[in-house]
Design a protein around this ligand. Sequence first.
Ligand SMILES: [Cu+2]
Length: 158
Amino acid sequence: MKRRLMFVLAGTLLLSACGAPKSNSIEVSNYWVRSALSGGNSAAYMLLTNDTGQADQLIGASSDAATAVEIHLSQMSTDGVMQMIHQQSVAIGSGAELELKPGSYHMMLIGLKQDLNVGDHITLTIHFNNHADITLTVPVQDTADMDGSGPDGHEPMP
Ligand SMILES: [Cu+2]
């Protein structure tokens, strides 16, 4: 909680010279969370589309299903090792899309409080710099419909 408040404060400072933000909508689609066992970690994926008419930033998320939720970027290091890098924020330009998908950006659910079985749903609230929070009911799936990523949410895309 303390960390997230710091992110919000940093964003507020950046925007302090701007007028009141005008929020229309950020669309969220194709969202799902990977099945996993209680006590472990999982990852949530989605497509965000910024139709608000102004640039925004994804600054975090929270869920009753996990102890913490962090935004991560999976990326290949120079020596060929897949790593996850914690992102304090991710920009979404006006009219732009941000895709969270295996091998790229994802929302890491850390310390699951319950098993996530296929067919279950969890509540996930997404936080933005400008836009109001968006709360989703996210279905648990084994994999995205389009790919065959591994079970831990961190396998690179081919
Ligand atoms: Cu991660």
